[in-house]
Write a protein that binds this ligand. Structure first.
Ligand code: ZN
Length: 285
């Protein structure tokens, strides 16, 4: 099953066509894309049996898509979760998931303009896992049943703030407006041949800068659920940005950062692509 946020309303997606859930379900499920996660298991059962009678669908226009999870209560993100990425930044392999948050106000639609607050904005394509059931002390073996689905994410990062003394400020540096685009759709785990082995990639102005597979994750998604839920209860609709592979701009010599006009395209196999166009921050007055 694939769901999306079309003009602020929850839709089921089949072959680029959207069906409005509130209309189709006669109000059993509301239109709010965030609200559905409180009833995710019930929604999945209904969606699995619902057919026809939905009226004609609407062809999806990319600019009408919002974040499929627009207002998560908690957003977890993992640093250094691919070996080559840990190498390019000069770190050793972590013994446990290195975790920070992206403040939820940074969550953004999958396509659109990205305002650059400085000349040190970097890209990080990631697979984002969405929690579908309250999860506390969940063992990795059971973890996939707590995942509503996967989506594409960009963990955009302002590197000056991130490493500003006296202590690194990962969470602030990765939470400027627009720094958490996700989408274009949320795909349930059963849709993938192997949800633990998906290709993810990122291009900058058509040049591939990142390409890897989630089978290279140091801590795979079920292990992240076990580790995080062992400390913090994970809530329906929470996000986990699972980490970025090698190829970020700050790992290059010399470093490369986004400049106005750059087109960043992020993709995950079986989910889709997102596109950001970098623009200079508007200076008011
Ligand atoms: Zn990241």
């Amino acid at each position: 099953m694939r769901v999306a946020n079309l003009n602020g309303r929850l839709v089921l997606v089949e072959a680029e066509v959207a069906f409005d859930v509130a209309t189709w379900s006669n109000g059993r499920f509301g239109p709010d894309p965030q609200g559905v996660f409180a009833h995710w298991d019930e929604f999945r059962r209904w969606a699995g049996t619902a057919s026809e009678g939905s009226g004609p669908g609407v062809k999806i226009v990319d600019d009408d898509l919002g974040a499929p999870v627009p207002r998560p209560a908690q957003v977890f993100a993992i640093a250094l979760n691919y070996r080559q990425h840990a190498d390019e930044l000069g770190y050793g392999l972590p013994a446990s998931p290195a975790t920070f948050t992206k403040f939820p106000a940074c969550i953004a639609p999958p396509n659109g303009a990205l305002e650059l607050p400085s000349g040190m904005v970097d890209w990080e394509v990631e697979v984002v896992a969405v929690i579908g059931r309250h999860a506390h002390h969940v063992p990795a073996a059971d973890a996939w049943s707590y995942i509503a689905g996967l989506t594409v994410g960009q963990d955009l990062s302002e590197r000056e703030v991130q490493f500003r003394p006296p202590l690194p400020q990962f969470s602030l540096a990765k939470s400027f407006p627009g720094f958490g685009p996700i989408g274009p759709v949320l795909v349930t785990p059963d849709e993938f041949h192997d949800p633990d082995d998906l290709e993810l990639s990122c291009t900058l102005n058509g040049e591939t800068v990142q390409r890897s597979r989630t089978s290279d994750l140091i801590f795979p998604i079920p292990v992240l659920v076990e580790a995080l839920s062992g400390i913090v209860p994970l809530l329906p609709g929470d996000l986990i940005f699972t980490g970025t592979p090698s190829g970020v701009g700050s790992g290059r010599k010399p470093p490369r950062y986004l400049v106005s006009g750059d087109v960043l395209v992020s993709a995950v196999e079986g989910i889709g692509t997102m596109s950001q166009v970098a623009i200079e921050t508007r200076k008011d007055g």
